[in-house]
Design a protein. Structure first.
Length: 160
């Protein structure tokens, strides 16, 4: 056999394997589970374009947002979308990340950009805390009661 026949044989086997994997649903599964990696890659491309001086600094805002959102979506894909009830403040935090990156890497950015990023991050943290408080209020009460009981038991009385 000639080399050409070997190349064609290897190509046919590769095509057959790809078709078999597609028929078995491997690519559909990977697409369903790992689609946030496309957002992560797009955010990385925006960052790379900025650092290679091919894009303006404002490209960091959607780049930071896409990276933050892709991590949020990837977590929900792996552990379940029910966690989105707790993690929705991450969308506000994604905007804060993008604005902070713009402030950090652009020498000509106004000081108000830093303030806006910090305010959005604090608002996100407050909403995250409130979400946990309202979703887990019984557990919080239990923890507070346990802590108060331990403090009362462990403190030294002045007089009996």
């Amino acid at each position: 056999m000639t080399r050409n026949n070997y190349s064609i044989g290897i190509a046919l086997i590769a095509v057959a394997i790809v078709l078999l994997l597609g028929k078995l649903g491997v690519f559909a599964f990977l697409g369903r589970v790992f689609w946030p990696l496309l957002l992560l890659a797009l955010g990385g491309v925006l960052h790379a374009l900025y650092f290679l001086r091919m894009a303006p600094p404002v490209a960091l805002v959607p780049g930071g947002m896409l990276i933050a959102y892709s991590l949020l979506f990837l977590f929900c894909n792996v552990f379940g979308w029910g966690y989105m009830a707790y993690l929705w403040p991450g969308f506000i935090f994604g905007v804060a990340v993008g604005l902070y990156e713009l402030y950090l890497f652009d020498r000509h950015s106004p000081r108000g950009l830093y303030t806006a990023a910090i305010i959005l991050a604090v608002v996100s943290a407050v909403f995250f805390g409130l979400t946990l408080l309202f979703r887990m209020n019984v557990y919080l009460i239990i923890i507070l009661l346990l802590a108060a009981g331990c403090v009362l038991l462990l403190r030294r009385p002045r007089t009996w």
